[in-house]
Design a protein around this ligand. Structure first.
Ligand code: TNX
Length: 512
């Protein structure tokens, strides 16, 4: 039998097996150590698919949950399995969650089915794990604008993230091709901005055709609150993004008065020149939209975008030039910085931290507590870290999972690439050559699933996994991994059980 302690993903700091096993049965109590009742209920929630009664107890052996200040580190945990029982300990509920996910990986793969087949025997090999992550932001971004993914898909991704001890789900909710957030105050945002007509957006270069179907959808504020709550129960923070001031075609299709020119919801890909007019009336409108979002979601982060913004319209627009002059600026980049700082300041006043793509940092849009998602390579990431900003590393190579996974001829249509598993495994999120201060400001890393060429949930699984599993290894340990192959073989069986349609490592690909 393979040693399940050697196939854990992400790889723990230390894990070893010992002789013997313990079986969780219908009689196994869920024992909450003193002060650990809430943590024990979290374990019950995460283990619900096992369909065991886990009667509550406050002493004795069984499945023991212990909040223990001695296990230091906000997400650290210890798991110990002996012939007498299982003990999960951590100083926080987050740590207990991670311990539970690790326990689930030690159980038979059926533990990852949404409901396990009756009669499954829940046998755990004896052993011990002591573990803690190196980075506090271990994330993934899903682009739900270019293609809309149903709420159930996002809930399933929360479960997949939790399985990999990823703890940030960044949703790219708006872009030129679709606005995906309900607004009760400004309903044309979702009514008009949430749909595009028969489209060339899914243009298949390989087949030389367009799909020709309209595309649309949006999440109600209640949907987003539900996703955020489901994520929070699993230790994951939702990071919603409203991409501003560029990538604004859908917004301007709904409310043309916020822009310089008329736009339609985009039906093709690429960088558009749609940009909002950065004047007080626009800021007011957008703060109302942000308020709706922050009223619905607990926070603490909101991503404001800031990427790939073409400022040409600001130069030619009289109202914008006059406003720029009134602020004493001559360079539209200063106005860009001012615009983002206004919105970031609004978020701060409501207790939230702004996150932005690295163009926002370069253009001066950041406030001291802002977080920079750095996608354009090491140089800009290092500059932002040196300047004292929290930096999340997301360089195109190798964290853009919209890129092909190999250079073979059978990959489905994508935007470019490849970004292979060895590329992901070799990623160094906290570069060795940086100063201690720069390194300390790297708060984490995330992968990006831009969805121009990802039309549905099955294709999303294919693009994201198993790269996200190897990425989780790197993000958890904070450094490249060299032993992922052997562990991945066992881990793919868990992904099978979880119903994830990942890209097979070899053999025919499901695309022709
Ligand atoms: C760049 S990275 C973008 C996205 C595209 C992506 C495609 C970034 C902040 N913007 O709008 O979807 O490239 O790979």
């Amino acid at each position: 039998m393979t040693d399940r302690y050697q196939s854990l993903v992400p790889r723990p700091v230390a894990a070893h097996s010992e002789a013997g096993t313990y079986e969780l049965t219908r009689d196994t109590p869920l024992v909450a150590a003193p002060g650990s009742a809430a943590a024990a209920e979290v374990v019950r929630l995460l283990l619900a698919p096992l369909r065991l009664p886990l009667p509550p107890a406050s002493s004795g052996m069984g499945l023991v949950v212990r909040i223990d200040p001695g296990v230091t580190g906000p997400e650290a945990y210890r798991l110990r399995v002996t012939g007498d029982g299982v003990e999960l300990s951590a100083s926080t509920v987050d740590g207990i969650r991670h311990a539970t996910q690790t326990l689930r990986q030690l159980l038979p793969d059926a533990a990852w089915r949404s409901t396990a087949p009756p009669g499954t025997r829940w046998i755990v090999p004896c052993g011990e794990v002591t573990d803690a992550p190196a980075l506090s932001w271990r994330g993934g971004m899903l682009d739900v604008s270019r293609h809309f993914f149903a709420k159930d898909t996002l809930l399933r991704y929360v479960d997949l993230f939790a399985m990999h001890r990823l703890n940030r789900l960044h949703l790219h909710l708006t872009d030129d091709q679709g606005w995906r957030i309900e607004s009760r105050r400004h309903p044309r945002l979702h009514e008009v901005g949430g749909h595009r007509p028969a489209t060339q957006a899914w243009y298949d270069r390989k087949a030389g055709r367009t799909d020709g179907t309209p595309h649309g959808g949006y999440y109600t504020l209640d949907d987003l609150a539900e996703i955020a709550a489901y994520a929070a129960e699993r230790g994951i923070t939702l990071v919603p993004e409203i991409d501003l001031p560029g990538h604004a075609s859908a917004l301007l299709a709904a409310y043309p008065e916020l822009g310089v020119r008329q736009h339609n919801v985009s039906v093709g890909w690429g960088i558009s020149d749609a940009v909002v007019r950065p004047v007080p009336a626009t800021i007011r409108f957008l703060t109302e939209v942000l308020e709706e979002l922050t009223d619905a979601l607990p926070g603490p982060y909101v991503h404001l975008g800031g990427d790939e913004c073409l400022l040409q319209d600001w130069v030619t627009d009289k109202e914008t030039s006059e406003y720029m002059g009134s602020l004493g600026y001559t360079d539209p980049v200063d106005l860009f910085g001012h615009f983002l700082r206004e919105l970031a300041g609004h978020l701060s006043s409501r207790g939230r931290r702004a996150v932005m793509w690295d163009e926002g940092y370069v253009g001066g849009g950041v406030l001291p507590d802002s977080v920079v998602t750095a996608w354009r390579g090491d140089g800009v990431a290092r500059r932002a870290a040196a300047a004292g900003y929290g930096v999340v590393r997301c360089p195109v190579y190798p964290t853009y999972f919209d890129y092909d996974q190999s250079d073979g001829p059978d990959e489905p249509l994508s935007i470019g690439g490849p970004v292979t598993l060895p590329d992901v495994a070799a990623f160094e999120p906290v570069p060795d050559g940086w100063s201690d201060e720069e390194r300390a400001n790297v708060i984490g890393a995330q992968f990006q699933a831009w969805a121009e060429y990802i039309p549905d949930a099955r294709h999303l699984d294919y693009m994201v996994f198993p790269r996200a599993a190897v990425f989780a290894d790197v993000a958890w340990s904070g450094r490249p991994v060299d032993d992922y192959e052997a562990r991945l073989a066992g881990h793919l069986r868990r992904l099978d059980a979880a119903g994830c349609a990942y890209r097979p490592l070899s053999g025919p690909l499901p695309w022709q």
